[in-house]
Ligand binder design. Structure first.
Ligand SMILES: [Cu+2]
Length: 163
């Protein structure tokens, strides 16, 4: 009889524990989302940084929603990095390669996504590996919207939501 109660208690506790873990996970997920930034007709959201290995360059991904006329991302910079480049991925004889691009077009009334395997921002020379869940500052310079300050939320290595 005592044994049955113990099992029941464990089951309840187990369920409660899972529910707690789920709500905690949801909370963590919400915290992982950077706050969207508006600049003129642009809204920049889902700004996520991925830094995996100390001393190696990190990538930043984001979404640009444009509700106005065509614009262009000219450059990005960060006080943490001595060189920030706009990059794209290309297939070269079946091998995925990255290369810098001059600018990133943001057509009018369109959404441009910088994501893993496509366009992204590359940060070189970041001295300390940013911690998961921390935020790093970046400044984007658009042809029309001008300078836009954003924060990238650092995702977990291997986290599907960060790339
Ligand atoms: Cu790159």
């Amino acid at each position: 009889m005592k044994y049955t109660y113990l099992i029941a208690a464990l089951a309840v506790f187990g369920v409660a524990g899972d529910a707690y873990a789920d709500s905690h996970k949801m909370h963590e997920k919400q915290q992982m989302m950077a706050v969207p930034v508006n600049a003129g007709s642009l809204t920049i959201s889902n700004v996520t940084g991925r830094f995996l290995i100390p001393g190696r360059p990190g990538a930043v991904f984001l979404k640009i929603e444009n509700k106005g006329g065509a614009d262009k991302l000219l450059s990005a910079s960060s006080g943490l990095s001595n060189k920030v480049e706009l990059h794209t991925h290309t297939m070269d004889n079946g091998v995925m390669k990255m290369r810098p691009v001059e600018t990133i077009e943001v057509p009018g009334n369109a959404v441009v996504e910088l994501k893993s395997g496509g366009l992204h921002i590359m940060m070189f020379g970041v001295k300390t590996l940013p911690e998961k869940g921390s935020k790093i500052p970046l400044t984007l310079t658009f042809e029309k919207a001008g300078e836009v300050k954003i924060e990238a939320m650092i995702g977990m290595p291997g986290d599907k939501h960060s790339h």
